[in-house]
Write a protein that binds this ligand. Structure first.
Ligand SMILES: Nc1nc2c(c(=O)[nH]1)N[C@H]1C(S)=C(S)[C@@H](COP(=O)(O)OP(=O)(O)OC[C@H]3O[C@@H](n4cnc5c(=O)[nH]c(N)nc54)[C@H](O)[C@@H]3O)O[C@H]1N2
Ligand SMILES: Nc1nc2c(c(=O)[nH]1)N[C@H]1C(S)=C(S)[C@@H](COP(=O)(O)OP(=O)(O)OC[C@H]3O[C@@H](n4cnc5c(=O)[nH]c(N)nc54)[C@H](O)[C@@H]3O)O[C@H]1N2
Ligand code: SF4
Ligand SMILES: [Mo]
Length: 759
């Protein structure tokens, strides 16, 4: 069957979500509100996927229709809470905009002419094309990308079985700056004990809009209990509006403020000397680098008053160790990222809050916890690894410098696909297989991404919607939504071990499949049968629980299992309770009533590396964090920054009916003084422009932003894909950001300069 974009849209029911329901073609709604409530109802535990935080949920189902979603009450930290996006999963499943059949693109890429095909045809044609490219250019010329989590592991398994080392998550566009800072310094990331904190600093971590239900709730709890919250953000985010103090910091000013705070900690002897001596290396190098980073110096670079930096540092030190500076989540503000995030961890180390109440801690999985308890408190899961995977000798396309060693094994530098495809650095990419990934929206410099799409020989996208990126694919593979599929048991341990399970809540709609099945079937079509020892998800889960049927049944029944009691190694009260519960643990208790000697770091020295000899050897002058003062904009430009909004997830949920109705445009936040200078009034149409692109949107005048900065919520302004008011209206951020890679972390840079004018 050959269909034009118009009839395709009609066929699968794509219509204007902002329009009234009466404009939908008859029968287009998969959801019948009246009859849906008749019949029997049950609650099934599972995991949300409206964002990648994956909260434990329970879904109420009537007649194979999900009618209500709430948090999984078996998970104490979640209880019945979900955010607006989590609750709206109901409308995603039944959304007539979903793609529910495999499709093949016709004509020029992105033009929108589709043909519905069978899975068999999709697999055969994709496999044939993949093998052809492999024969001509090597398996490494095919790159694979997916949001991290269970989904990525299946795509990456296919990539490795096929012989390509080039696998990428979204990491370098999101948490890599923080994750790599933690990895360099501590050999791994730390979690926050937010609820018990008494003083909290936020450097652009906006948990009240960039929501992660459990952490957001913890921050609220801390504030209710009287914790002081100080927010540094160039605009009045919701966290800033609920904070005790808000400083409209200059974009790029975070590292100087942090260096000044650490300067005060050292100069005024506010830090915990015993902790620094016992657990860190590189303190003398730190003292030297902080010599001149005075509060007055920081004020010049940040506009945060020196007297406030001094006062706040003394205030937080007085609450130490039950106080913390949040390391943030989207760690991609500018090229200073690796050092800014390291300086946050250094401040936390100076506050001596590691493994203390209200501070930071290392996650404790079953293996670690059981060892400390001296008995088997929690079952350990078997690892789902396949033996005899092919050895891959080709170098990754992001292994272009020694400094990138830290990222190229994890999520990789996804933007290196641009350099590889367009310039052959270090060699040419020829095909891109993407799953649950929308790089046209989420990688900086859309014009470059578009050039990449036009040059490749094959693009495959696995998605639930015709996203902006899916629109450029040759083949579209429709995945079931998260409520229609089973996945592996995931380890979600925190202060104690815990597991969670995504399970099918309802039968899938249309001809959709879970992506683990899609990639396995494609793998078999490629002749890689040997690498697929498990026939289905049930067998995989049973393998994980080592055949323990009771455990298998229990996790399916409850969706979330937690074991033991929380443990903080350096908190005497926590250690006391732990030993009362698990007497064998006494062997790990130190003279000072803590379990300090069990605290270790997977770094070359085994300690927290304030100075990293290894990083210095990989990139000169990066052994100790310094401020480089990289320029972010031209003189006559305004800073352009972005952030998350409570009712949408990145560039993904603008299609979801309930959420699209709540917000369908992203106006540009502009200070009234700046607007006046440009003759702009509230609500006027304006242009944002720089050397990368030009975007049109409405002006939102507010004093809640610096006069030299403009802000938008990310995720709008799609130039292709399913067209709804919520996807097409407003500013496309990637069209105003240049393709720039930060040192060491390889992160995308999400701050640029723009000029504004009335449209
Ligand atoms: N300029 C700018 N860029 C940014 C950011 C920013 O603030 N500013 N934020 C960055 C951040 S923090 C992140 S995490 C990244 C996110 O980058 P991405 O991971 O690319 O983006 P998402 O929008 O989260 O989702 C990607 C796709 O997943 C699809 N999807 C949703 N559920 C499913 C499913 O069950 N199966 C499949 N197969 N597909 C599904 C959605 O339809 C969407 O097309 O973007 C980054 N990019
Ligand atoms: N509702 C909702 N919740 C989400 C998501 C979502 O899309 N929607 N996405 C999830 C994901 S993938 C992530 S990574 C997290 C993100 O969570 P966060 O990292 O907390 O959120 P962002 O909104 O990306 O950025 C936070 C703030 O940084 C500010 N900012 C920008 N530049 C600078 C700067 O140079 N310095 C300082 N100090 N601040 C700056 C912005 O104004 C914004 O208020 O949220 C998660 N939760
Ligand atoms: S934070 Fe909201 S959208 Fe994200 S997983 Fe949790 S409930 Fe779902
Ligand atoms: Mo993110």
């Amino acid at each position: 069957m050959s269909i034009s974009r118009r009839s395709f849209i009609k066929g699968i029911g794509i219509s204007c979500v902002g329009c009234s329901l009466s404009s939908l073609p008859p029968g287009a709604l998969a959801f019948d509100p009246i009859n849906s409530l008749k019949g029997s109802s049950k609650l099934t535990p599972s995991l949300c996927e409206m964002c990648s935080y994956r909260c434990p949920i329970e879904a109420q189902v009537v007649n194979n229709k999900t009618v209500f979603i709430q948090g999984n009450r078996n998970a104490e930290h979640q209880h019945s809470r979900v955010c607006a996006r989590g609750g709206s999963g109901v409308s995603l499943v039944n959304d007539p905009h979903r793609i529910i059949k495999p499709m093949k693109h016709k004509g020029p890429r992105g033009a929108g002419e589709w043909e519905v095909i069978s899975w068999e045809q999709a697999y055969s044609e994709i496999a044939e094309k993949m093998n052809q490219i492999k024969e001509k250019h090597g398996a490494e010329s095919l790159v694979f990308s997916s949001k991290s989590g269970s989904l990525s592991s299946h795509l990456f398994h296919l990539a490795n079985a096929f012989g390509s080392p080039n696998t990428f998550t979204h990491a370098s566009t999101c948490p890599a700056g923080k994750a790599i800072a933690a990895s360099v310094m501590m050999g791994g990331d730390l979690a926050m004990d937010l609820a018990n904190s008494r003083y909290i600093l936020s450097f652009g971590h906006n948990l009240y809009e960039g929501i992660e239900v459990a952490e957001t709730h913890e921050l609220m709890t801390a504030q209710e209990r009287g914790a002081k919250l100080v927010s540094f953000d160039p605009r009045l985010s919701v966290v800033s509006s609920k904070a005790d103090e808000w400083f409209a910091i200059r974009p790029g000013g975070d590292l100087p403020v942090l260096m000044a705070m650490c300067h005060i900690m050292v100069k005024d002897n506010l830090y915990d000397k015993a902790f620094i001596e016992k657990f860190t290396v590189g303190f003398p190098e730190l003292v030297e680098i902080l010599q001149d980073t005075t509060p007055e110096w920081a004020q010049i670079h940040s506009d945060v008053p020196a007297k406030d930096i001094i006062r706040i540092t003394h205030e937080i030190a007085a609450k130490a160790p039950h106080a913390l500076a949040m390391p943030g989540h989207r760690a991609t503000f500018n090229k200073e990222e690796i050092n800014m995030r390291r300086m946050i961890f250094i401040l936390n180390a100076l506050l001596s809050n590691i493994e203390r109440e209200g501070g930071m801690y290392q996650k404790k999985n079953a293996t670690k916890y059981n060892k400390l308890a001296g008995i088997d408190v929690a079952p350990e899961l078997a690892k789902l690894t396949v033996k005899n995977m092919p050895e891959i000798t080709a170098q990754r396309i992001d292994a272009t410098a020694p400094q990138f060693k830290y990222i190229n094994k994890g999520g990789g530098i996804v933007q290196s696909i641009i350099d590889s495809t367009l310039q052959g650095i270090p060699y040419q990419t020829k095909a891109w297989i993407m799953s649950r990934h929308n790089p046209f929206q989420t990688i900086s410099c859309r014009p470059d991404v578009e050039k990449v799409a036009q040059q490749l020989e094959l693009i495959v996208s696995c998605d639930v919607y015709l996203s902006e990126s899916a629109a450029y694919a040759d083949y579209l593979l429709p995945e079931t939504t998260y409520l229609e599929r089973d996945e592996e048991i995931s380890d979600v341990s925190g202060n104690n071990p815990a597991y969670a399970l995504r399970q099918k809540v309802i039968e899938p709609i249309g001809d959709t499949k879970p992506s683990w099945l899609i990639w396995m079937e494609l793998g078999k079509k490629l002749g890689l049968d040997n690498y697929y020892p498990w026939e289905n998800m049930g067998v995989r889960q049973l393998y994980q629980v080592k055949g323990n049927e009771n455990l298998y049944k229990e996790i399916h029944k409850k969706g979330y299992l937690s074991y033991g009691i929380p443990l903080l190694l350096r908190e005497p009260n926590s250690v006391k309770t732990f030993v009362e519960n698990y007497p064998n643990a006494i062997q790990h208790v130190d003279d000072n009533n803590t379990m300090e000697k069990s605290l270790s770091f997977k770094t070359p020295s085994g300690l927290i590396e304030i100075y990293s000899e290894e990083l210095e050897s990989r990139l000169e002058n990066y052994g100790i964090p310094r401020f480089h003062n990289f320029p972010l904009k031209e003189k006559d430009e305004l800073y352009f920054i972005q952030g998350k909004v409570a009712v949408h997830t990145n560039g993904a949920t603008q299609y979801v009916p309930l959420l699209a109705e709540l917000m369908w445009k992203n106006p540009v936040w502009l200070h009234p003084d700046t607007a006046k200078r440009h003759g702009i009034n509230h609500g006027d149409e304006i242009f944002l422009e720089n050397s990368i692109g030009k975007e049109k949107a409405h002006a939102l005048l507010t004093e809640g932003i610096r006069p030299d900065t403009v802000f938008v919520y990310m995720g709008s302004g799609a130039k292709a894909g399913a067209k709804t008011p919520a996807t097409t209206t407003g500013v496309h951020c990637g069209n105003l950001l240049s393709h720039e890679i930060s040192p060491v972390s390889g992160t995308d840079v999400h701050t640029s300069g723009v000029r504004i004018s009335r449209a």
